[in-house]
Design a protein around this ligand. Sequence first.
Ligand code: GRF
Length: 201
Amino acid sequence: MPLRLAVCVSGRGSNLVALLRALAGSALARVVLVLSNRADAPALERAREWGVKAVSLANPRDGAEWLRHLHGEQVELVVLAGYLKLVPAEVIAAYRDRMVNIHPALLPEFGGPGMYGHHVHEAVLRSGVGFSGATIHLVDEEYDRGAILAQARVPVLPGDTPDSLAARVLKAEHLLLPVVVLKAAEAGRPVPLPEPLELPA
Ligand code: GRF
């Protein structure tokens, strides 16, 4: 039986689509539900195009509503892929060690409250580091602080803008997320990858 996944989204949904593409025809894992805090998130449209049940939460702060949907679809692993709001504590507790988030930088640097979207890439460029990348980590009660499962590194290049860096990191996200999900499906739970993925510019 494929591992039953929910993907939680707030916006565009490119990671969702990367995952759907990678899992097409897979016997290991299947996206059975997409949840959003925003009814107008383009990601919901992407989900429907792929024939996946897509739900806009009436009250994203209501954990009972989340759990009704997640349990209703017998979801075993929750993937936060560009979900920009706080997940209710009872959902985190119910899916402890079975909920992952993708973050567009190399945690533990450049994470925490306020570190999302272009803010992350601006902070990376300001710091002068030579690398950025994507991190997938377990979700716990603290923003971006759960155990790191996997990272993919990309170089920061001379002349990078927040947009050019974001685009390079996003490609890394699209490669990394399916790898981690398929590993989790094989193991029956999210597991750390032994090595960081090194990606060219
Ligand atoms: C990604 O950069 C992800 O790391 C971050 O939000 C962005 C979502 O992009 N958490 P998309 O909706 O998957 O296109």
